[in-house]
Design a protein around this ligand. Structure first.
Ligand SMILES: [Zn+2]
Length: 81
């Protein structure tokens, strides 16, 4: 499975932004030949919406590009790995 290099995901329900903890190790775990099974769910800590972990790691819920500049200037964080 291709893992997104964007270091943050967001919850469109409440605009919560979360760092993907352990992104480098997920890339090593999931980017292997053959089919990757990514189990489990990840819950938004603010509004408790539940997302599939697979969707988070593959980048489906990445922080949208139009918010990068604002987020970067507010936090000083690097967006991409
Ligand atoms: Zn949320």
């Amino acid at each position: 499975m291709k893992v997104s290099r964007i270091r943050f995901w967001w919850c469109p329900q409440c605009n919560g932004v979360y760092k993907k903890v352990g992104l480098e190790s997920r890339i090593q775990m999931y980017e292997v030949p053959g089919e990757t099974v990514v189990m489990g769910t990840i819950e938004c800590g603010r509004c408790h919406t539940v997302y599939q972990a697979r969707d988070i790691w593959s980048g489906k819920h990445d922080l949208p590009r139009e918010h990068w500049k604002e987020f970067r200037s507010a936090t000083g964080e690097r967006i991409e790995l």
